[in-house]
Design a protein around this ligand. Sequence first.
Ligand code: NAD
Ligand code: UD1
Length: 336
Amino acid sequence: MKVLVTGGMGYIGSHTCVQMLQAGLEPIIVDNLCNSKLAVLDRIEALTKVRPIFYQGDVRDQAFLDKVFSEHDIQSVIHFAGLKAVGESVAKPLEYYDNNVNGSLVLARAMRTAGVKSIVFSSSATVYGDPTSVPITEDSPVGATTNPYGRSKYIVECCFSDFYDSQPDWSITLLRYFNPVGAHPSGSMGEDPQGTPNNLMPFIAQVAVGRRDKLSVFGDDYPTPDGTGVRDYIHVMDLADGHIAALNTVGQKSGLHIYNLGTGNGSSVIEMVNAFSEASGKEIAYEICPRRPGDIAECWASTSKAEQDLGWKASRSIMEMTADTWNWQSKNPQGY
Ligand code: NAD
Ligand code: UD1
């Protein structure tokens, strides 16, 4: 099956392409390389012995997408392309809405023109805002987002939901990721943030490898067991497999399908620091700092809906997440 993968050169997209090729699916990648490097294609090829078809271009360019669709018999789309830095989205809201919302609308129009009716969209647990209870189920309230990035994801969910109402023969799958971390176990692919990392795991990895002095722990006075924030970290390889499970199950059935992709377990910042320290054999220097505005105390996923409908369950442990991140970071200290 040929699948158009937008943003396939990025962190989650690249791991998903490797798993797709290993599952006998054929990814056709579209990426404008605004947050990724061409070297990713070599790494995918080295791991799978297949060099996927790659188009450098922008999902907001419908003429470009029309051409890609016309050149291949594409059956489904996985839509990863977008901007994802929360802080940057506050400074550049127009760019975020244009890329994430407009990009998704242009893509949906190009799919309609091409007669391709199955899409899997990268949403985020951020659409739940500050949850009223955990674990978070898919029918928990959504929309109380705290920044333009989160709102852009929520708006795209609304657009796709309205679009589905008008086109009930489509299969539209919204996957709400919790906190993706980790790297390919080979150490040849991983997360390569540009500039200072915003997220916990890449920051810890850069402290361990000597690129940063110390981690700032944002708050130790949350109502959690050790006072630091608790999140549901999920290995990027499990997340990749979740996309394939979605494509093979609900991706073949019309409907508006919504799933959490998480592990169902919460870990604190300090637990992640200790796990990373154990996996890498490195001391991770840190200092306790004030809370980061917009952060919530804790969140983790209810995973039963995905288990039941997709037949998928995350299986990789925190030890594998930290060991694989360290393997990638130590072999590629400056990224790709
Ligand atoms: P990433 O930045 O590594 O990958 C995104 C890719 O999309 C990059 O290769 C970038 O060059 C490309 N891209 C961006 N705008 C584009 C455009 N207009 N046209 C074509 N290509 C474009 O990010 P990621 O971590 O792999 O995230 C993938 C998706 O998952 C994003 O939509 C993100 O919002 C969502 N998501 C990520 C996380 C996370 O923590 N990483 C959590 C929840 C949701
Ligand atoms: C962040 C985004 C969210 C996005 C998600 C995945 C915010 C407010 N939210 O979520 O929209 O979907 O990433 O990309 O940015 N931490 C530190 N020190 C650091 C970095 C993080 O202590 O240098 C703590 C945070 O306070 C939090 C935990 O580590 O408790 C995880 O943070 P992070 O990796 O940024 O993810 P989220 O905040 O869950």
